[in-house]
Write a protein that binds this ligand. Structure first.
Ligand SMILES: Nc1ncnc2c1ncn2[C@@H]1O[C@H](COP(=O)(O)OP(=O)(O)O)[C@@H](O)[C@H]1O
Ligand SMILES: [Mg+2]
Length: 261
């Protein structure tokens, strides 16, 4: 068995009276590509924010390789290698794809201050090997000199993942990477994610299950703050609790109908 990278134990997060995440225990192992699914309001994003450090749980703990990171800030978790994707801000919008990658590379490797980069070093590093490799892997070569504000949402999403990968994360966390994308863009993002399978530990939180099911090795289904099923796709989808709450199938009526002569 590969090692446990990220482990949440009995984690609860409340907003007022609502337990958005309710006593959730979850383990992500090295090189695993896993997914958490569930209907809107299930608690997926809240759990994601607990893992990445945006929120601190009211109770329970989170460990990274056996180290307690429950109270670590997002920055401290990034230093361990637990990273969510960059969310491109307006500051980066006026720069080209290649310059965003250069900035992400230097931010990750702390080789230079951002100011210094803006002043003189961006041009020198546009041909950095690691960046060239990422341009290739994430299908960004043709977009290299395009300003980010002129990219489609799908192209931006690819750039966000590429920028994150330059920091060589140990665990890549993605919250709804396909949200808002057109079908062709979904395929492009999936293509680059598939290339990471087997090399990178990835946890995807996703509402659109149909798109990600074929490369997720393990699924976890959340409902009303709790994990209601875990395992392979078929196993989860056939789980009575999932059929009831996720698909809203009337399992009892179905069973009664089957039992009837
Ligand atoms: N910052 C917040 N303040 C209050 N309630 C929140 C907050 N974030 C999420 N919630 C509530 O917690 C529940 C879970 O939300 P969320 O984690 O976003 O679910 P999901 O990502 O599965 O759709 C929802 O009922 C939502 O309204
Ligand atoms: Mg969400």
């Amino acid at each position: 068995m590969s090692i446990e990278l990220l482990k949440a134990s009995h984690v609860t997060k409340r907003f007022g009276a609502l337990a958005a995440v309710n006593d959730v225990s979850y383990t992500l192992r090295e090189h695993e590509v896993a997914g958490i699914i569930g209907s809107n309001g299930a608690g997926k994003t809240t759990f994601f924010n607990l893992l990445t450090g945006l929120y601190t749980p009211d109770s329970g703990s989170i460990h990274y390789r056996g180290t307690d990171i429950t109270r670590d800030t997002p920055q401290q978790r990034v230093a361990h290698g637990v990273m969510r994707t960059f969310q491109l801000t307006s500051t980066f919008d006026n720069l080209t794809v290649i310059d965003n990658l250069v900035l992400a590379f230097f931010r990750a490797h702390r080789k230079s201050s951002l100011l210094q980069l803006f002043l003189n070093t961006c041009k020198q590093h546009r041909n950095n090997d690691k960046i060239a490799e990422v341009l290739e892997t994430f299908d960004l070569r043709d977009l290299r000199d395009r300003e980010v504000r002129n990219l489609s949402l799908g192209e931006k999403r690819r750039l966000e993942i590429a920028m994150t990968m330059l920091a060589e994360p140990k665990v890549l966390l993605l919250d709804e990477p396909l949200a808002g994308l057109a079908e062709s863009e979904i395929q492009a993002v999936l293509a680059i994610l598939r290339r990471q399978v087997g090399q990178q530990t990835i946890l995807i939180v996703e509402h659109k299950l149909s798109h990600v099911k074929e490369f997720l090795q393990r699924l976890t289904v959340m409902h009303e703050g709790r994990i209601i099923a875990e395992g392979g796709y078929e196993e989860c989808m056939n789980h009575p609790e999932v059929r009831r709450s996720y698909w809203q199938i009337d399992v009892d009526a179905e069973a009664a109908a089957q039992a009837a002569p």
